[in-house]
Design a protein around this ligand. Sequence first.
Ligand code: PTT
Ligand code: SF4
Length: 610
Amino acid sequence: MHGWNGKLLRVDLTKGKAVPQKYDANFAETFLGGRGFAAKILWDELKPSVDPLSPENRLIFAAGPLTAFPLPSSGKLLVAAKSPLTGGYGDGNLGTHATVQMRRTGYDAIVIQGKASKPTILYIHDAETEFVDARDHWGKGSFQTEKRLKKEYATSVGVVAIGQAGENQVKFANVVSQEGRAGGRPGMGAVMGSKNLKAVVVRGTKTIPAEDPEAMKTLGLEAYREVLAKPLYDFWKRQGTMSVVEWGQENGVLPTQNFREGVFDKASGIGGFAMEKIKIANRGCPHCNMTCGNVVEDSEKLPSELDYENVAMLGSNIGLGNLEEVATLNRLADDYGIDTISLGNAIGFAMEASEKKLIDYKIEWGDFEEAKALAEDIVYKRGLGALLAEGVRSASETVGGDSKKWAMQIKGLEVSGYNCHTTPGMALSYATCSIGAHHKDAWVISWEVSTGRESYGEAKVDKIIELQRLRGGVFECLMTCRLPWVEVGFGLDWYPKFLKAATGVDMTMNDLFNIADRVFTLIRAFWVREHAAAWSRSMDSPPARWFDEPVKEGPFKGTTLDREKYDRMLQLYYGKRGWDDLGIPTKSTLVKLGLGDVAQELARYVRLAS
Ligand code: PTT
Ligand code: SF4
């Protein structure tokens, strides 16, 4: 096999054992890599209802067949597990040298089970794996951990680590690398912490085998040149994702005060142009020539790397209009290893609950010092922080009142940075995303805003499915960054060519879409199996706030989503996906996608329509 190394590393932390496991070309071509591999392994190996924080859960780091080749933005790593926040499939994607090093060891993925008896670091160097005592690192932030490990092993090693939030098993702790890359929103850091695994350090010296190394080289050079020549390149390098703040404000979708508004009166103070004034460096992921990490100096004079989501959720969503202060919250989140999106939701939820006097705790919109203190309480699970560390769905059950309506989550995952009072397509995209309310699978909102936000029609449903195939499928399985395509218009036609040069396998875009559908449907089956007893259409329902409480400010004042129209749109979506009225894949859909064995297993838990 070429392109794929054809090998995974299986690690059992309880036994202190690591063994290589081969996989064949059929597995590779059926599931491709990254998310495809993770979904298949989790489906096959986890008994339903297994506690996500128990040793039985699998923590998977996976690359794809294009990862780490000298191709645009190929330095991405998927981290996946059953989520402790949602009880369903969970994953995230981060740019890190660890993925490059892992591929050079000869492994395409590391699958970790069990629990170490004491804090441990996994050190993988080529064919060797060592289990290193990490008691010295426990209790430290992810930045310090990575710095020390690089000093101990070599500056060239790749490191992924958890901070204190992962150690304390905060349900939305994530995994961090390179002091500013973080992934695994639905609690992948908590799963790592539950296994007593502080960090994975990787060093590889092998060459990743390509089917046609010459073609790979030529294609890579041409592709990098094309990225550089794109008209949008210069502005992208200046602002990266930060320009979305101004765009969100203009279009009334910037999450503000726990998503009750879509405009923020201090938006210009936290946008891309404000960021440019305090930018001190640009950082990024390996193999990327359009790096987008905007490093600024925060209010404590320390570097912090900003992206749109971080700023929207820790800025406008909590009423904070000072970018240096937002940057401090963001830097702390990276160091603690906690997801900024869920953190911004949790703090916004607390601010609203405090305002409505539903909790005996005082925290006002925009109060930076209180927000910082609460963030720390969440990480260390103190007082109100302990409640919020379970996520807003769980917190709303204790807080009571009408807080369930404005606990901004779907399937337990907090909503990412777009207010959807006026954008039904984005609401449906959140509702049907494979991990809960995240924009990664289908960021349909920009298309929706420019083509007619008021529509609940078929064209929108088709667009969502097309994006889910591309973003949630092709990119998450090939495991390269999607932003060259999304942000500067790098052509999609490059990817089958890259795949052919890397693996020798000819796949058209349609073949890739077929794999994407297989993986997406398998993940859906995983969710249904886990939640079989309680499964209903309400699993795919956005928060009540967007239907029941009109926005009071901005260009769309007085607007809400329409429940009946949303429901019809959801039905249309189910039909196009080949799912039944409850959103469960039918037997024929599963069989058509080569998932006949999944159909048999799923039928043990729910009634499958034929
Ligand atoms: C992603 C989510 C996002 S989406 C952002 S900013 W974005 C937040 N980033 C966080 C962060 O930073 N620190 C932190 N403590 N928590 C954070 N939570 C949020 O997590 C990221 C980029 C970005 S920036 C995006 S959109 C793209 N995402 C890609 C993807 O998902 N797949 C893919 N093939 N390519 C992608 N390219 C882009 O990568 P999750 P990164 Mg991220 C610091 O993690 O769980 O997937 O959620 O990894 O290396 O920082 O790159 O406006
Ligand atoms: Fe990383 Fe940004 Fe480059 Fe994507 S575009 S690989 S997120 S630096």
